[in-house]
Design a protein around this ligand. Sequence first.
Ligand code: ZN
Length: 148
Amino acid sequence: MPNVAELYQSLILDHNRSPRNFRVMPDANRSVEGRNPLCGDELTVWLRMDGDTIADVSWMGKGCAISKASASMMTAAVKGTARADAEIIFESFHDLVTGKLADDKVSSLGRLAAFRGVARFPVRVKCASLAWHALHAALRVTESPSTG
Ligand code: ZN
């Protein structure tokens, strides 16, 4: 059996206790709700896009430690980035938690590499990716084929 300590890294516990960007965003121009009924995780992600840049991102919700820490660290990772870069981080993170990311690419995720243990706990993959799927959906809301 995989060691649970591998899953609950100190960085994850810290973000669970003190979630970053945990607030409603009144001036958001996009929002998406996400649900993981298997675990009971529910959250909303707000974005304020400035052109193709994520000028601000926030979230609120409830759920397990993994879902909350993942949402918190997602907002910290993509705030201020271009949409295309956020999509690349999304893809890499998704590969990380599903065990598809090559070992030599894990360090490119920086702090998000703390979620590498999730790949050994299949039931937690949806928890870890919930906020990211919401972000991904929010980024695509007004996607226009002529830009970028
Ligand atoms: Zn969960």
